[in-house]
Design a protein around this ligand. Structure first.
Ligand code: SAM
Length: 270
């Protein structure tokens, strides 16, 4: 699973950077750089004299990037700018050749100002290249499925679990990923980009077979969310929990279900 995730990350990095058509000497802004996945790749591609601006809302992550850049002896070609994607005022108008970004817009409620900022900081002729997971399709509510595992035989209980999950969610949690490729294209166009293209990858596959029902039940989708076991305790009687885990355990064991994967790559020219 870990190897699969790493190779998926490397593939996304390459797809975003290939589409950015980075040339030696370019100045590249990596928005929401995280640990510098795109920015470090952009440093290589813009050598020997290109410059990369690593930007993020998290100062500790920018410090990680600073260390990683020092390790490849490229400190003179990098800068580190704490900034919101929606407010890049620390970066000059028409000052960069390329803006790259991966998996950031899904964390932002109001995405139009981010596109406006990407457009503002780019020089005429500059390129925007971004890659985003499409949670609107990947994580769409599918009655009878739990994390892609088929529990249709106890669909009534799956709905109870689903309702318990909805009841405890903050209203704005749903905004994560509430967009698709056409929404992103429309936002890029509205921000002033004249040429915009998007390519979307959708795939379906059975989820991996797993023998670890307990580990699965004790896992939460993110650190703030409850585990499946905690949700079950809130939603089910003891008998219902038994009925549900019997079906779920079997499905996990056989890897029965449907896992979705969806990514979109957008690029636009200023
Ligand atoms: C999933 S990580 C992606 C990191 C990196 N782009 C990559 O490809 O590995 C999301 C990053 O977006 C940053 N982020 C979240 N909200 C942001 C915002 N409003 N403006 C800028 N960065 C933000 C987070 O700090 C985090 O580093």
């Amino acid at each position: 699973m870990r190897a699969e995730n790493l190779s998926r990350l490397a593939s996304m990095r390459d797809q975003v950077l290939n589409r950015a058509e980075i040339r030696p000497g370019d100045t590249i802004l990596d928005v929401g750089t995280g640990q510098g996945l795109l920015g470090l790749g952009a440093l290589e591609r813009s050598a020997p004299d290109g410059h990369v601006i690593f930007s993020d809302i998290s100062e500790p992550l920018l410090e990680d990037c600073r260390d990683a850049v020092a390790q490849v002896s490229a400190t003179a070609r990098a800068s580190f700018v704490p900034a919101q994607a929606t407010d890049l005022s620390a970066i000059g108008t028409a000052s960069v050749d390329v803006v790259v970004e991966r998996a950031v817009l899904l964390f932002i409620a109001d995405r139009a100002p981010a596109f406006a900022e990407y457009h503002r900081v780019l020089r005429p002729g500059g390129r925007l290249s971004l890659g985003e997971p499409l949670n609107s399709w990947m994580s769409a509510d599918r009655p009878g499925y739990l994390w892609g595992y088929d529990v249709t035989a106890v669909a009534d209980l799956e709905r109870k679990l689903h309702d318990a999950d909805r009841a405890r969610r903050a209203p704005d949690e749903d905004l994560l990923g509430g967009f698709d490729d056409r929404d992103l294209m429309a936002m890029a166009r509205a921000a002033g980009f004249q040429h915009v293209e998007a390519q979307t990858e959708l795939s379906l596959a059975p989820p991996p077979a797993r023998g670890d029902l307990d580990v699965f039940l004790d896992t939460a989708p993110n650190p703030l969310a409850p585990t499946t076991r905690a949700l079950m305790a809130a939603a089910f009687t003891a008998q219902e929990a038994e009925r549900f885990t019997a079906v779920l355990g079997e499905s996990l064991h056989q890897g029965r279900g449907e896992r979705r994967h969806a990514l979109t790559f957008l690029r636009a020219w200023r």
